[in-house]
Ligand binder design. Structure first.
Ligand code: SF4
Ligand code: SF4
Ligand code: SF4
Length: 317
């Protein structure tokens, strides 16, 4: 079995479990490092981005005058410990699997791959313009990460309306699209209950529409903006499952560059270092599979070699 086939099977199993596991009372916890969206009522594992926003949004709530009878700072301390506990669980998962969460398990990543497959079936080529703009666009995910951290805190201390506690979720296209797979269209409907809710509804509609267009013309377009990928990049040096290169074995065929859905150049260009895990890499290992040089690209789990590129394997696929 090839890496691609195995990945496809795991991606689809992951999609089924993350999206419908709730029907079978499966619970994978609240710190999942991929977009397993809790807005899907039958979901199984909770995307950490929501948990982080909630934890930060409620961090300073005990200082609110309506909380009486307990030391408010003791409450803040307790909430801070909760933030750390969530972060610890998230960190363990990210360190173990690295960004392979994105390439192998993220349900929203798979939805993007389905859209790409549809485009290919229709015989439409990937947009060269979007590929050229990739580096500029991918900075946006760090801006969104700051937005995702700052807005909930500001809402929690009362400087912004309470809707900002889930500031990123309220504009996340997964919120609009993923519940559709469970037959729930409520998040694509406009919410006119308050002016802030209406503003978020309009923003969500615009973001979702532009992402759908982008995802059709560029593979994994949303991943360029995803704050989850930005957050995972902070663990780059610690991943156990990772991609490595033996620069002396590379003969520059360029297969790694051509097969990469994220259009990463690092694997191809690096001629000295072994660490070739690009900031936008999603850990799919298609590049290692397609590499036609013996032992040039390696997939490693800690010190163990899990896969090593070879001319024979590349010719077979
Ligand atoms: S970067 Fe892409 S694959 Fe990774 S969590 Fe975000 S949407 Fe999912
Ligand atoms: S809306 Fe997006 S960020 Fe929020 S929980 Fe769902 S997938 Fe995560
Ligand atoms: S660099 Fe390799 S592992 Fe990373 S996204 Fe591209 S093909 Fe996948």
């Amino acid at each position: 079995m090839t890496i691609t086939k195995l990945r496809l099977i795991i991606q689809h199993l992951g999609f089924l479990v993350f999206t419908y596991g709730g029907f079978f009372r499966i619970n994978l916890g609240q710190s999942i490092p991929c977009l397993s969206c809790p807005f899907v009522y039958s979901c199984t594992g909770f995307c950490y981005l929501m948990m982080l926003q909630r934890a930060l949004g409620t961090l300073f709530l005990p200082l609110n005058a309506t909380f009486t009878g307990v030391d408010p700072w003791a409450g803040v301390w307790q909430n801070f410990l909760n933030v750390l506990a969530g972060l610890l669980a998230f960190s363990i998962l990210v360190i173990f699997l690295g960004k392979s969460w994105c390439g192998w398990l993220c349900p929203f990543g798979l939805v993007q791959d389905w859209i790409t497959r549809l485009r290919r079936k229709l015989g439409i080529r990937e947009s060269e313009i979007l590929i050229r703009q990739k580096e500029k666009l991918s900075i946006i995910k760090y801006i969104l990460l700051v937005y995702l951290i700052v807005m909930p805190i500001m809402a929690g201390v009362g400087w912004l309306p309470i809707d900002f506690i889930l500031a990123f979720c309220n504009i996340c296209p997964a919120k609009a699209l993923m519940p559709l797979f469970a037959g729930d269209a409520q998040y694509i409907a406009m919410d006119f209950s308050t002016s802030v809710a209406m503003g978020f509804s309009i923003a969500l509609t615009l973001v979702t529409a532009s992402m759908l267009i982008g995802m059709f013309f560029k593979d994994r377009f949303f991943c360029l903006f995803c704050p989850m990928l930005a957050l995972m990049n902070f663990y780059k040096k610690l991943y156990l499952l990772k991609l490595a290169k033996e620069p002396l074995a590379c003969h520059g065929c360029g297969n790694c560059r051509r097969t990469c859905s994220m259009d990463n150049e690092t694997v191809y260009r690096e001629r000295v270092k072994r660490d070739v895990y690009d900031a936008d890499c999603m850990g799919c290992f298609k590049c290692a599979e397609g590499c036609a040089a013996d032992k040039s690209l390696l997939v490693k789990l800690g010190p163990l070699k899990v896969f090593s590129s070879s001319r024979r394997y590349a010719a077979r696929i």
